[in-house]
Ligand binder design. Structure first.
Ligand SMILES: [Mg+2]
Length: 390
């Protein structure tokens, strides 16, 4: 068949009538026809008429139990709740500010008041919007995360899909989530171990002088459930840390998180080389470029949306860490189900999850991901997968 007959056979008579015909012209016409036939309009053509409207208010999170870590204790967490509205659709986000992050209700509201999001006519220009937000001021990671989370919720709702689906993740592959037991008296530890019974991984806070006693209580009450430990920078002697790693390894411990002060790079690399357990970075690790710096110092990273400035960068972190053969953990602060569920959308592709922040507060504003039989369970709602409680 010659080229003219072939093109005519394809039904492209308008092109066949003119000669010579370039293959590019055929492709252009075929693509135009294909686009005309598509029943669903292209997403980025749907929403270009409205304005992004930002609103927010402070919301203090009340903790069910006092939260005792190696370096401080608290009963509330400051938080700012954020809404982004576009063409009548609302996306929700939040900034949670545990003290060690250095942000406050005042710093977050000051930052949010500086933003001019109405300049963006197309909310799908996520790269432009978040790049602008990131450059309005340095730091302010939780404040930036609140916008990123609300934007993801909004866009997922416009597209009618949850983010784990948009990213192509299999919701069956979500991990179990750990349940945290803080540093406390033996009586309170026993009470918390009872509460932890439905969970398949127990995270134990360490870094004070009761470390071994706490583990002994847990192993006596729950001999088979794996544990992991989080020192929150509390260990200050590398030989003692190495002994503890061996001791924990014999007690079904999976990893040790942030053993030393975040500035102890050489000591952490020394421990990592000798420890039978993986060493995971938390306080030392904030943004995407840190990952490359920590290759060889830590075995893995704990990604939290309040550090990563939200889902957009967290998604890139997962990809980069996996490419560098590092372990990935997804964690959270004390947060409502809004930010916790946002993070849970990434959980099908991580090694460990520590997403119990919403279970630690008494005044959640949302329902979202659930924990069933210890496993993170994602639902089919669009956006982050959350609903505002009445
Ligand atoms: Mg930690």
């Amino acid at each position: 068949m010659d080229r003219r007959k072939f093109i005519a056979g394809m039904g492209l008579t308008a092109i066949a009538a003119t000669s010579p015909v370039s293959i590019n012209a055929v492709e252009r016409v075929t693509r135009r026809r294909y686009n005309r036939r598509r029943a669903v309009p292209r997403v980025n053509q749907v929403a270009k008429t409205g304005k992004l409207k930002l609103s927010f208010f402070p919301y203090e999170l009340k903790l069910r139990h006092a939260f005792n870590l190696a370096r401080y204790s608290r009963t509330t967490t400051p938080d700012v709740q954020v809404t982004l509205e576009y063409d009548g659709i609302k996306g929700y986000g939040e900034a949670s500010m545990p003290p060690y992050l250095g942000e406050s209700v005042e710093s977050v509201t000051t930052f949010l008041n500086k933003l001019d999001l109405e300049q963006f006519k197309d909310p799908f220009c996520i790269e432009d919007i978040l790049d602008y937000v990131d450059h309005v001021d340095e730091n302010n990671r939780a404040a930036k995360a609140s916008i990123d989370i609300a934007l993801h919720d909004l866009l997922g709702k416009i597209m009618g899909q949850p983010w784990y689906k948009i990213w192509g993740y299999n919701p069956e592959k979500t991990p179990v989530t750990s349940f945290t037991i803080g540093i406390d008296t033996p009586e309170v530890v026993r009470q918390k171990v009872e509460e932890a019974r439905p969970y398949k991984l127990i995270k134990v806070k360490m870094g004070l002088d009761r470390d071994q006693e706490t583990i002994d209580i847990i192993r006596e009450m729950m001999p088979d459930v794996p544990i992991c430990v989080d020192c929150n920078q509390g260990w200050n002697n590398k030989e003692h840390a190495l002994e503890m790693c061996h001791w924990l390894n014999e007690r079904n411990c999976l990893f040790v998180e942030q053993p030393f002060d975040k500035t102890w790079i050489d000591e952490t690399a020394w421990l990592r080389e000798r420890s039978p357990l993986p060493i995971i970075a938390d306080e030392a690790f904030q943004r995407l470029p840190d990952i490359v710096r920590f290759k060889g110092v830590y075995d893995g990273i704990n990604i939290k949306l309040m550090k990563s400035t939200g889902l957009y960068e967290a998604h890139k972190m997962v990809t980069l860490a996996r490419a560098l053969n590092m372990r990935v953990m997804i964690g959270c602060m004390t947060e409502t189900s809004c930010a916790v569920t946002a993070a849970a959308n990434l959980s099908p592709v991580v090694d460990f999850a520590d997403l119990d922040g919403n279970l630690l507060i008494a005044n959640d504003r949302f329902t979202g991901m659930t924990v069933e039989n210890g496993k993170i369970t994602l639902h089919d709602r669009p956006g982050l997968g959350i609903e505002l409680l009445k």
